[in-house]
Design a protein around this ligand. Structure first.
Ligand SMILES: Nc1ncnc2c1ncn2[C@@H]1O[C@H](COP(=O)(O)OP(=O)(O)OP(=O)(O)O)[C@@H](O)[C@H]1O
Length: 330
């Protein structure tokens, strides 16, 4: 039975806990992780361990089981994103947040959204304090600014690949790569977020339960492992999802569906498993078409890894300076 994620607007009545409650102490002493990385994230004290030190400014969005707020640290005035999950959320949402906490505690990369603290009240709310990404997600960018140029996509791709290569080297599979889970800031830094359905692999050939994540971005081997690569281990599936994500950011609609058309789960699954992988319009460069082709190999064994893709001509050339003026206009 597929565990396809559904968005729900939960009625979350979540006032921040009262000041100085001993219950608000984090179970994991901060910093989380080491503060030695200089990635442009807001400077943080070593211990932001009280929700009462944070002032809510606005709601940034709602996810499964929780709400993300923009908050200001009252002492340093630094701005963060705070994800609060209500204790009454369903078991699935609670499992997802615990998984997300576990992964955020382990990760330390400029290409992964940084966690500045995890604050838990026993039997109460769980809050994750993250760096604030001030330009939203690639999904919101697509909706507000339209499709992205190849130059921007190349810069975005390099960053996401670096993030995926880092995660995969740590034996973490994301399992839900899509535009809405790639956060972006005004410097056009792109970071992977939302580890709610991610998985830490213990053994390299361990199979992964395939029916989690967002159905539309799932790879053929997640539906049919025997036909499309014998063993679903998740790493290659992240690359497939990246390919579809870039495709969507380039053409403006989900690749397996013509613009504006909606589909059900079964139709999508048939298109992914039995149809040809989508091809980019001929107006795009050969390099980009080749890159997408390397990501969207239906046989997962033929799909390139994140490390291999980092040397693909579409991303290998750093066009950062060329890209600056374009980025500023976004
Ligand atoms: N670090 C952040 N900086 C800025 N905005 C953020 C940050 N984290 C999340 N958001 C915003 O909050 C929204 C909700 O995020 P959240 O991770 O709770 O859920 P989601 O990814 O949208 O859904 P779900 O977790 O159910 O898949 C995001 O879509 C994004 O717009």
């Amino acid at each position: 039975m597929a565990l396809v994620r559904q968005r729900r607007n939960l009625n979350l009545r979540l006032p921040l806990p009262l000041p100085d409650s001993a219950d608000c102490r984090p179970r994991f002493p901060l910093p989380l992780p080491s503060a030695s990385i200089t990635d442009g994230a807001a400077a943080t004290s070593n211990e932001i361990d009280r929700l009462s030190d944070l002032e809510k400014l606005k709601v940034l969005g709602h996810g499964n089981g929780g709400t993300v707020y923009q908050v200001r640290h009252k002492i340093t005035s630094a701005i963060y994103a705070l994800k609060i999950v209500h204790p009454d959320c369903d078991t699935n949402s609670r499992r997802n947040i615990l998984r997300e906490m576990e992964i955020l505690r382990r990760t330390d990369s400029p290409f992964i959204v940084r966690c500045h603290g995890i604050i838990e009240k026993p039997f109460g709310d769980i809050a994750i304090l993250m760096e604030y990404m001030d330009a939203g997600t690639l999904d919101t960018l697509l909706k507000s600014h339209g499709t992205l140029s190849e130059l921007s996509l190349s810069t975005i791709t390099r960053q996401v690949l670096n993030g995926l290569h880092y995660l995969h080297s740590q034996k973490i599979v994301h399992r839900d790569i899509k535009p809405a889970n790639l956060l972006v800031n005004q410097n056009m830094e792109v970071k992977i977020a939302d580890f709610g359905v991610s998985r830490i692999m213990c053994r390299s050939l361990e199979p992964c339960d395939s029916y989690v994540g967002t159905c539309a971005y799932m790879s053929p081997e997640r539906f049919d492992p025997d036909t499309y690569g014998s063993n679903y281990n998740g790493y290659a599936a992240d690359i497939w999802s990246l390919g579809l994500t870039l495709f969507e950011l380039c053409v403006g609609h989900f690749p397996f569906l013509p613009s504006g058309q909606r589909s059900n789960w079964a139709t999508l699954m048939c298109a992914i498993c039995f149809g040809e992988p989508p091809s980019l319009p001929e107006t795009t460069s050969e390099e980009f078409q080749s890159f997408i082709n390397c990501c969207l190999q239906k046989d997962s064994n033929k799909r390139w890894t994140a490390l291999q893709l980092l040397s693909h001509p579409f991303v290998a050339k750093d066009r950062g300076s060329e890209n600056q003026s374009e980025i500023k206009s976004l």
